[in-house]
Ligand binder design. Structure first.
Ligand code: F6P
Ligand code: MN
Length: 339
């Protein structure tokens, strides 16, 4: 007998003993995972099946959609809408939440997802991923947009799948973070990274330096000190990485520590940062905090934000505790000096 633990076994064992566990959540997760295996297959076959390149359309953020943005969105919706576990869905790729078709029963979970994170990397064959966030809702309800607008600390589960050299699933249900690798030969996610923990100390940062001239002073100060290295107040040298796929940058931080910043900048006050609260920041914050890291806007914990709109953007700073706390100190010192 193999001693490998499959994702299904792991989740069933985690749920066992919970007072209200009915198996619905395990079924829901299985459907999400089936969708991600299909996405992994499409991403992997790429040009062979003609799925690379632009679709020629724009999403609600005004970003040009790739063919795979649309294909992966459809895969997620079709995997979930018939199942009876889901009350409604929200996707980064559509303006409004997606309703369960009338012929199907409505379940007790809401699923929010970024079907293909980092899709600007797809045509250059770099790592991309799928991010998801699960909330509870009243069974049988037909949720309106407001029903999705809940704080990140209400999530019951968050995860992402990384389509990289290995296809990997990283997931939390609020009891730590675990990583699973897809065994392509048998089609199962196998537990390979138990109880992932982020080192508290780090000397690696991730930020898109091309935006430097637009950053607020606390970010300028923090990055300047990193770059000055042993010659400055930090007394150590820093390394920089920027994959430009949030999933890949977060995975690196989960495995070897680091700090990731996509801060607010001074260009357009209506766009505070680039990343989306509901599809990116909230699920990543749940995962990072469950792995012992910290996730903030610089001024507020991501998981405490009351969302105003479904596609809301937020500044996002996450990673190793000591570094994230250092920059939040810089923000509060700056704000105190300027009020
Ligand atoms: O989904 C948005 C995203 O692609 C993230 O995955 C990534 O972290 C970021 O945008 C990259 O931004 P930029 O294009 O500024 O490097
Ligand atoms: Mn994304």
């Amino acid at each position: 007998m193999s001693d490998q633990v499959t994702l299904t076994q792991f989740i069933i064992e985690q749920q066992r003993g919970l007072p209200d566990a009915s198996g619905t959540f395990t079924l829901l997760l299985n459907n999400i995972v089936t969708a991600c295996k299909q996405i992994s297959n499409r991403v992997n076959r790429g040009a062979l099946i003609g799925v690379l390149g632009s679709a020629g359309t724009e999403n609600v953020q005004g970003e040009v959609q790739k063919k795979l943005d649309i294909i992966t969105h459809d895969i997620m919706v079709r995997a979930l809408n018939w199942s009876g576990q889901v009350g409604g869905m929200a996707s980064e790729e559509t303006d409004d939440p997606i309703k369960v078709p009338t012929q199907y029963p409505k379940g007790k979970y809401l699923v929010l997802f970024d079907p293909l994170d980092g899709s600007s990397n797809i045509d250059i064959n770099l790592t991309v991923g799928t991010i998801f966030s699960i909330l509870r809702c009243r069974e049988g309800m037909d949720p309106e947009t407001e029903d999705f607008l809940r704080k990140g600390n209400e999530q019951v589960c968050a995860g992402f799948v990384l389509y990289g050299p290995s296809t990997m699933l990283v997931i939390t249900t609020g009891k730590g973070v675990n990583g699973f690798t897809l065994d392509q030969d048998v089609g199962e996610f196998i537990l390979t990274h138990r109880n992932m923990r982020i080192p508290e100390e780090t000397d690696e940062f991730a930020i898109n330096m091309s935006n430097q001239r637009f950053w607020e002073p606390p970010v300028q100060q923090y990055i300047d000190e990193c770059v000055t290295g042993v010659d400055g107040v930090r007394s150590k040298n820093f390394n920089m990485r920027w994959v430009a796929s949030l999933v890949a940058d977060v995975y690196r931080i989960l495995t070897r520590g680091g700090i990731f910043l996509y801060p607010a900048d001074l260009r357009d006050p209506s766009k505070p940062g680039k990343l989306r609260l509901m599809y990116e920041a909230n699920p990543m914050a749940f995962i990072i905090e469950q792995a012992g890291g910290v996730c903030t806007t610089g001024r507020e914990a991501i998981l405490d934000i009351k969302p105003q709109t479904i596609h809301q953007r937020v500044p996002l700073i996450l990673g190793s505790k000591t570094e994230v706390e250092r920059i939040t100190d810089y923000y509060s010192q700056y704000d105190q000096a300027n009020t």
